[in-house]
Design a protein around this ligand. Structure first.
Ligand code: ZN
Length: 167
């Protein structure tokens, strides 16, 4: 396994659409393994292949530590309601915005064994699934943000996080 370099939004690759995966080759398995390692290294809750410069419809999501969803050719098959929350992206470090996402989504995808499965998620899981699938179509959260957080708000968030760590 290897940690991959995450590209930032000055790289036009992030704006391209990714190709579907046909056969799940050893290269795709390797990609999944490397993406999981990279996700852990960066302490994120999701990563899409375009973020590591690979234009294939592959993503990984891990909202609950230890529960990793490997998503090959993921599609949203059902969505319900609306949630609004703060969102960020490993490709846009230090930038956070408010976005609206479905409150609940069902995603169909294949795992590394080529088996089709469905995940239904609410809250952060729903948000992460939508965010990663957007990456596969070259869409970033800043396209959907109703507004970006100000420097003061970011500062308050950072202070809040530090207090949480101390308590
Ligand atoms: Zn992202």
């Amino acid at each position: 396994m290897a940690t991959l370099r995450i590209i930032s939004d000055d790289d036009p690759t992030l704006r391209k659409s990714s190709r579907e995966v046909g056969e799940i080759t050893p290269r795709i398995i390797q990609l999944l393994d490397d993406m999981i390692e990279t996700l852990h290294e960066y302490d994120g809750c999701g990563l899409a292949a375009p973020q590591v410069g690979v234009l294939r419809r592959v993503a990984v999501v891990e909202v609950e530590p230890g529960t990793i969803y490997e998503l090959i050719n993921p599609v949203i098959v059902e969505k319900e309601g609306v949630q609004e929350d703060i969102e960020g992206c490993l490709s846009l470090p230090g930038r956070w915005g408010i976005t609206q996402r479905p409150a609940k989504v069902t995603v169909r995808a294949k795992n590394r064994h080529g088996e089709s499965y469905e995940i239904t998620g609410t809250g952060l899981l729903a948000r992460a699934l939508c965010h990663e699938i957007d990456h596969l179509d070259g869409v970033l959260f800043i396209d959907k943000a109703t507004r970006m957080l100000t420097e003061e708000e970011l500062e308050a968030l950072r202070e809040g996080a530090e207090e949480d760590e101390e308590s």
